[in-house]
Design a protein around this ligand. Structure first.
Ligand SMILES: *Cc1c(COP(=O)(O)O)cnc(C)c1O
Ligand code: SF4
Length: 351
């Protein structure tokens, strides 16, 4: 451990100009609140006012929300921009498609206690908060009744009790919503209490914030991660290489310098990343910024998201191309979530 602090960190720090925001007290909360929520404003920003008529009146019951830092990476004047497609409400979402449900992955059935999902051996997932910096149109969260279900309520009490009592749990996953929407102090409250659980061996955080609002990776967050008694794993969520600009690379370098292990998961989305070249470019870009590709998820069949689905046969064909094109260590696992299964399952072509 010591050798990284002495040997590597000064060099890595030397590569980050002292003037960057990582050295400053962060204003990420202001950027978080200042997200664009009005479709007309977003379209005007991109010179796409003519698309307004395709945005459903009430945003199909799931408001638009996107940080300006993410909008800045969208191409002006391109209605098919892969980042825009992930966040812009469209009238397709209001279509009823049989088989697309409101609780597609059985999360309500798997609930162990308030905000805690224990579906897989050894790993417990905390729904740390219902909030996200971005509202992704393909997300199951558009229907999940998070109001009553977040683990952070009551000072995390129910979650802490469960995690301390169940000694077969060795990994805690913070998910949501986006757990990094919470203040670092709130996160520290949880991890301070979990120090009393000798059976815990890893802490994993699933977050889209290092991608959509990299300013969230500030000095306080890095210090907290550094202070944890367990190895920390961060799974970022990026679907397209265009999401990964220099600010994201800088946030990832800062996390890696604190020995956080970085992985990425993506969702296979029609019109966003359903071409082999796009996914190859994503894996290569992830490698460049020190992030290991982990999962490529087949879309959960959530009501309002059918237009994003890539048919399973096409997904498998695409994956064979990827397997041939990428070194094995840059090939994400193509999986789907099946209700009641003991793990994420590889796509087999039979369901
Ligand atoms: C996806 C998921 C996990 C993590 O699965 P891994 O295969 O370890 O990444 C854990 N718990 C729940 C409830 C999940 O949905
Ligand atoms: S949970 Fe993840 S995919 Fe869903 S809206 Fe939040 S950031 Fe997007």
């Amino acid at each position: 451990m010591g050798e990284r602090k002495v040997g590597i960190m000064p060099t890595e720090h030397a590569m980050i100009p002292a003037s960057t925001r990582l050295a400053q007290p962060s204003d990420w909360r202001k950027d978080y609140r200042d997200a664009i929520t009005c479709p007309r404003e977003l379209l005007a920003e991109l010179g796409l006012e003519h698309l307004s008529h395709r945005v459903p009146a009430d945003a199909a019951g799931f408001p638009l929300r996107v940080p300006r830092a993410f909008v800045a990476r969208m191409r002006r004047g391109d209605p098919d921009d892969p980042l825009l497609r992930q966040v812009l409400p469209l009238d397709e979402e209001t279509r009823y498609v049989p088989g697309f449900l409101t609780d597609a992955v059985g999360d309500l059935a798997a609930r162990e206690t308030r905000g805690l999902l224990h579906k897989y051996e050894g790993r417990a997932l905390l729904v740390a908060t219902g909030s996200c910096a971005v509202n992704c149109r393909y997300c199951f969260r558009r229907h999940f009744p998070y109001g009553e279900e977040t683990a952070a309520a009551n000072g995390w009490r129910a979650a802490i009790e469960h995690l301390l009592a169940n000694t077969d749990i060795d990994e805690v996953l913070l998910s949501g919503g986006d757990p990094l929407s919470l203040s670092t102090a709130k996160l520290a409250e949880l991890t301070d209490a979990l120090r009393a659980a000798p059976h815990l061996r890893r802490l994993r955080i699933h977050s889209r914030l290092p991608v959509v609002l990299p300013a969230r990776v500030d000095a306080a967050l890095l210090d907290w991660l550094d202070s944890l008694p367990w190895p920390a794993v961060m799974v970022i969520h990026a679907n397209h290489a265009q999401e990964l600009d220099d600010s994201v690379a800088e946030a990832c370098a800062a996390l890696a310098a604190r020995r956080v292990r970085l992985y990425n998961q993506s969702v296979l989305l029609r019109g966003v990343n359903d071409r082999a070249e796009t996914l190859v470019a994503l894996s290569e870009k992830l490698f460049e910024i020190g992030v290991q590709p982990y999962y490529l998820h087949q879309l959960d069949r959530v009501a309002g998201t059918a237009h994003f689905e890539v048919p399973e046969a096409d997904a498998l064909a695409l994956y064979e191309t990827l397997r041939a094109r990428l070194p094995g260590y840059l090939l994400p696992r193509l999986v789907r979530e099946v209700q009641g299964a003991p793990a994420k399952l590889p796509l087999s072509g039979t369901s």
